[in-house]
Write a protein that binds this ligand. Structure first.
Ligand SMILES: [Zn+2]
Length: 209
């Protein structure tokens, strides 16, 4: 009966897992693949993995909306497109924990308020440092800008290589997945959308992701 009450007051997944526990789990996996987890080269590996995973998934600790809250309103009525081009990111797919390596193009047309350009890069960083699928990463970046800045429009294009299809599965190299989300004037006005997309295409004909 008591246990039941505890279960209700502590929803599953909230209980923190210690670093030591995570290290033990990595050690188990090393043994599972047939390795001697105690040999010199591997002794520190579980600990290194814990530290690496902290970095890969540091995006859970931050509130992406908060990053965009500091805005500048003295923009002399600037209402043209602002584009941050080809921001690199590294993420991990939620199906295989395999790396997703790519670039993001973020454009918006402000309505009274703009943010420092580094904040847009920060937003990409926070969402990519979580388990992801590319479609959701794309939507989250666009939706957050839309929700917080309330601009006239937002456009986000993501191009990325998925290591879950390079180093496993179908084993295909050199293929990018391209996803986009267009909101406001980018959705409604073809000329605005194509101006943005021509910037994206100009960047990607010169260099691959
Ligand atoms: Zn995957």
């Amino acid at each position: 009966m008591t246990r039941q009450l505890e279960t209700i007051s502590e929803p599953s997944g909230v209980e923190p897992i210690s670093d030591a526990e995570a290290e033990r789990a990595f050690r188990t996996i090393l043994k599972w693949i047939g390795e001697d987890a105690d040999r010199d080269g591997l002794r520190e590996t579980p600990n290194r993995l814990v530290r690496s995973f902290r970095e890969y998934f540091s995006g859970y600790e931050e509130d992406p909306a908060q990053v965009l809250r500091k805005t500048f309103s003295e923009v002399e009525g600037y209402d043209e497109m602002i584009v941050l081009r080809g921001v690199t990111f590294e993420s991990h797919c939620e199906h295989h924990l395999a790396p997703i390596i790519g670039r993001v193009w973020v454009g918006y047309i402000p309505h009274r308020r703009v943010v420092g350009i580094s904040k847009l890069a920060r937003l990409v960083e926070i969402f990519s440092k979580r388990l992801q699928i590319q479609e959701r990463l794309t939507a989250q970046i666009a939706n957050t800008i839309d929700d917080v800045l309330k601009p006239a429009g937002v456009a986000v294009v993501v191009k990325a290589a998925h290591h879950c299809m390079i180093s496993r599965g179908v084993h295909k190299r050199g293929a990018d997945l391209v996803t986009s989300r267009m909101l406001g004037v980018f959705r409604d006005q073809p000329a605005t959308r194509s101006e943005f997309l021509s910037l994206v295409n100009a960047d990607t004909t010169e260099q691959r992701v």
